[in-house]
Design a protein around this ligand. Structure first.
Ligand code: GLC
Length: 473
């Protein structure tokens, strides 16, 4: 089985993982120095959010040079060192590729190469995902399209130069040894300006088929995972059909409430859609764009149960840095430290995504909790002293220990069979284990013939409320 079919892939948001030089912003040497944590945790791979040269209007998702590391994160040599150390530890590395738009500081935009962007004399009515119109007017009266911030002009993928450039960028990183890519807004590159939907145009698939050929021309199971949001499972599956990409994120699962019926419906739909195209299903609870699931679900207890439910499902799972520590969303950041364009462009009406990007607490009793020798670009809550990696490593009941145990026990599986269960309980069997998730508040009696492997809270004969447990088969 190819590694990515059952991989657990850990997302690193480089600004907030670990800082080596004391400027308060995480960097590549910081990550390299902490790879032992990921190896201990037992993940298979890491996905690095963008570390390329960028004016950082959108946390690096506004790239001005796709073939270089931004000085705030280090150098290409630092990247090579990170990759070598990760591989030495048996961890694969996938990097983020941002093909829908560049930064407005990218040389093409600066030099006025309008044929490579989407310029029109008259804008249509589209709105930016970050609020306000999706068009900005330039001095001579023309308008350019930006689905995100004005500093992120959308590329014109009908121009062969754009295609050739991205083929070359993929090769640049594959030649350096990366194991694959996470494709930002993979359903956005082709637009029908006369249409009403911004995403999922038929012609994007041709781009992905071309990229798959490039990936397949390299040895060693290179892969790509597509970010395709606001799209039904059957449509998402087309991005991972034969000859296209390998995986797509499961945003329906990420957005699901703590509700057994809804979760079961999404699990069934996800498994069906993936199996029709022979792709592995994927699961995710948090990322750098969404409110952390501890906060969404209303507490660490449910977050732990959700994690064991997710990791018990067949297929591949994505973890977001800090969820293994049970970190909550930080909701009370002072206004003046918030940087997210969602916050800025909505005039503060939307809190935005800074609250899930607060730097990780590694050790010690006071901020920055070992994040680095200086401060941290977003302030950490004082009570994170209790949830540092150091504090949790020693505690067998900590969330960190739960994740580590789960990853050690998790085995590849491909099928799921639902089993009878009391109301409010999701119970199933895969080739490798039995799982029961009790989404009600009270305990339920579950008779399992096999040995209990792991549970998200303490078992007392019964399966307690808001708890998931695993048994062997
Ligand atoms: C993706 C990224 C998000 C970014 C957006 C624009 O959705 O995950 O962080 O803001 O693309 O690049």
């Amino acid at each position: 089985m190819e590694w990515w079919r059952h991989a657990v892939i850990y997302q690193v948001y480089p600004r907030s993982f670990a800082d080596s030089d004391g400027d308060g912003v995480g960097d590549l040497p910081g990550i390299t120095g902490r790879l032992g944590h990921l190896a201990d945790l037992g993940v298979d791979a890491l996905w690095l959010s963008p570390f390329y040269r960028s004016p950082m209007v959108d946390g690096g998702y506004d790239v001005s040079d796709y073939r270089d590391v931004d000085p705030v994160f280090g150098t290409l040599a630092d990247f090579d060192a990170l990759l070598a150390e990760a591989h030495r530890l048996g961890l694969r590395v996938i990097v983020d590729i941002v093909p829908n738009h560049t930064s407005s500081r990218h040389p093409w935009f600066v030099e006025g190469r309008r044929d490579r962007y989407i310029f029109r004399d008259t804008p249509n009515g589209w709105q930016s995902l970050f609020g306000g119109p999706a068009w900005t007017q330039v001095a001579d009266g023309q308008w350019y399209l930006h689905l995100f911030a004005p500093e992120q002009p959308d590329l014109n993928w009908h121009n062969p130069d754009v295609r050739a450039e991205f083929d070359d960028i993929l090769r640049f990183w594959l030649d350096r040894g990366v194991d694959g890519f996470r494709v930002d807004v993979a359903h956005g590159m082709i637009k029908d300006l006369a249409g009403v939907t911004l995403f999922d145009h038929e012609d994007v698939h041709e781009i992905h088929r071309g990229w798959r050929k490039i990936l397949d021309s390299y040895p060693g199971d290179r892969m790509a995972v597509a970010e395709v949001f606001d799209t039904a499972p059957a449509r998402v599956a087309r991005y991972v059909s034969v000859g296209e990409l390998h995986q797509a994120f499961n945003f329906d699962f990420l957005e699901a409430p703590w509700d057994p019926a809804v979760l079961r419906r999404i699990i069934d739909a996800s498994l069906a859609a993936a199996s029709q195209v022979g792709a592995p299903p994927t699961w995710v609870l948090s990322n750098h764009d969404r409110r952390r699931h501890v906060t969404r679900f209303g507490g660490v207890r449910r977050a732990r149960a959700a994690a064991l439910l997710m990791l018990g499902l067949p297929g591949s799972a994505y973890l977001y840095q800090g969820e293994e520590l049970g970190l909550p969303e930080v909701l009370d950041l002072p206004d003046e430290v918030r940087t997210d364009p969602q916050w800025v462009r909505s005039g503060g009406a939307e809190l935005g995504r800074d609250g899930c990007r607060v730097p990780l607490p590694w050790s010690g009793d006071a901020p920055p909790f070992g994040f680095g020798p200086g401060g941290s670009w977003l302030p950490q809550p004082a009570d994170w002293a209790a949830v540092t990696v150091e504090a949790q490593r020693k505690d067998p009941h900590s969330t960190l220990s739960l994740y580590r145990d789960a990853l050690r026990l998790r085995r590849p599986s491909t099928t799921l069979r639902w089993l009878d269960a009391p109301d409010g309980v999701l119970r199933f069997e895969t080739e490798t284990m039995r799982v029961a998730a009790n989404l009600t508040a009270g305990p339920v009696r579950i008779e399992e013939p096999a040995t209990l492997l792991l549970s998200s809270s303490e078992m007392a004969g019964e399966l307690p409320g808001d708890t998931t447990a695993w048994w062997g088969v």
